[in-house]
Write a protein of this length. Structure first.
Length: 121
């Protein structure tokens, strides 16, 4: 009985070690918050869902970059967009950001001048 438990523990440990770690990647583009609790990052690869009102929400929302007024475009009262780079874990099959590890806001001109970033949202 002890042998079976010992083998089970070893096998479980090997499975945990064998699981791939989720890769953190840096993505830069327009961080868009058009309405309450709706957040997207729009970059060269598409429109990544960060959160949707009443539904999906990435882990680490408190790690979203903050903006000063000069580098933020208001499009709907308080809501709008800015330019940012974020360290994130993604689900590329669903174009979702699953976790936000950190990030920083950038001058609007950075995204406007980058040929890889789509025109502003």
């Amino acid at each position: 009985m002890k042998t079976n438990l010992f083998i089970s523990v070893i096998v479980s440990s090997l499975v945990i070690v064998a699981l791939p770690a989720k890769a953190v990647e840096t993505r830069c583009g327009w961080l868009h918050n058009p309405t309450p609790r709706n957040w997207y990052l729009i970059d060269k690869d598409g429109r990544w869902i960060i959160s949707q009102q009443g539904g999906y929400e990435a882990q680490g929302m408190d790690n979203l970059p903050t903006y000063n007024e000069k580098e933020y475009v208001k499009t709907n009262g308080y809501y709008g967009y800015g330019c940012a780079c974020m360290d994130v874990v993604t689900d590329s099959d669903r174009l979702r950001i699953s976790e936000i590890r950190g990030g920083e806001s950038l001058p609007l001109s950075t995204c406007r001048q980058d040929p890889n970033v789509p025109k502003s949202p």
